[in-house]
Design a protein around this ligand. Structure first.
Ligand SMILES: C[S@@+](CC[C@H](N)C(=O)[O-])C[C@H]1O[C@@H](n2cnc3c(N)ncnc32)[C@H](O)[C@@H]1O
Length: 251
């Protein structure tokens, strides 16, 4: 059986998440001053946020870790093309196996608190603890994490693979960060437009493939994936599960 060649998500979106270029630039500014700082991005995907952070601060250096080797290869090609080779190290590795090389001035975990594995109800706490252990004193933590914009109904919870207690309200998430020793510097959240742009792109590669390969032996599988994702989104999380961007200062 051949493997279907689905266009990688990075061909259709800038970031692997509901994030506009404008918001990304503002979040990066909020991490500054970044001169001479070392930035770590865990679960960095194709590392667009990390590369833009380094572009914004010509003396900053960075490390990105993601277990998706295709995304890391794309990140490396982009880093090379943008003259960042000497300032960034990109590792195709599982965060649970990866060994930190130093303390970090900035840690980014954007839409990736799952990288420490285990019980989804512990993901946020795992990230808060791990980032604090990795950060130098007074370091900055950019956390992109889910929260409930409104209480999900029983029908919505039934339609999506997200346990109710995985996430908090926005206030609850910020309080939780404070309980772990951080102080909130800034909080914002993905807009519905950012979500829609991202979710539409997510389904696009599958729909394009189905249009171009209607008789493939993989068509039923790919259609089922696209249908599942659409159900999660439209019967599940749309306008109910948010993504918060918290800029947090470590003690
Ligand atoms: C929603 S994406 C976010 C990517 C990136 N932070 C961004 O904002 O574009 C989550 C990423 O976590 C990565 N990931 C999940 N589990 C991981 C693990 N145990 N170790 C390393 N990467 C992991 C996935 O490969 C994926 O790229």
């Amino acid at each position: 059986m051949t493997t279907p060649k689905i266009t990688p998500l990075y061909e259709d979106v800038t970031f692997h998440g509901p994030l506009s270029e404008e918001r990304a630039a503002r979040l990066i500014r909020g991490l500054g001053p970044l001169d001479g700082k070392h930035v770590l991005d865990l679960g960095c995907g194709w590392a667009e946020l990390l590369l833009r952070t380094l572009e914004a601060a010509p003396t900053a250096t960075g490390t990105g870790v993601d277990r998706n080797a295709v995304d890391i290869a794309h990140a490396q090609a982009n880093a090379d093309a943008r003259g960042l080779t000497a300032r960034v190290r990109l590792h195709a590795a599982d965060v649970q196996q990866w060994q930190p090389e130093q303390g970090y001035d900035v840690v980014i975990v954007n839409g990736a608190t799952q990288v420490w594995g285990g019980d989804p109800l512990q993901h946020t706490e795992n990230a808060l603890k791990a980032a604090r252990a990795l950060l130098n004193p007074q370091g900055m933590f950019l956390l992109g994490e889910g929260f409930w914009e409104r209480e999900p109904t029983a029908e919505q919870l039934e339609a999506m693979p997200v346990p109710r207690d995985q996430y908090r309200s926005l206030a609850g998430l910020v309080d939780f960060a404070h309980e772990h020793g951080y102080r909130l510097v800034a909080a914002e959240q993905a807009s519905l437009d950012e979500w829609d742009v991202f979710e539409n792109a997510h389904g696009l590669a599958w729909e394009r493939w189905l249009r171009d390969n209607p008789d493939s032996e993989h068509a039923d599988d790919i259609r089922a994936k696209a249908d599942r994702q659409r159900t999660y989104r439209l019967h599940g999380w749309r306008a109910t599960m948010g993504l918060a961007y918290l800029t947090l200062q470590a003690p």
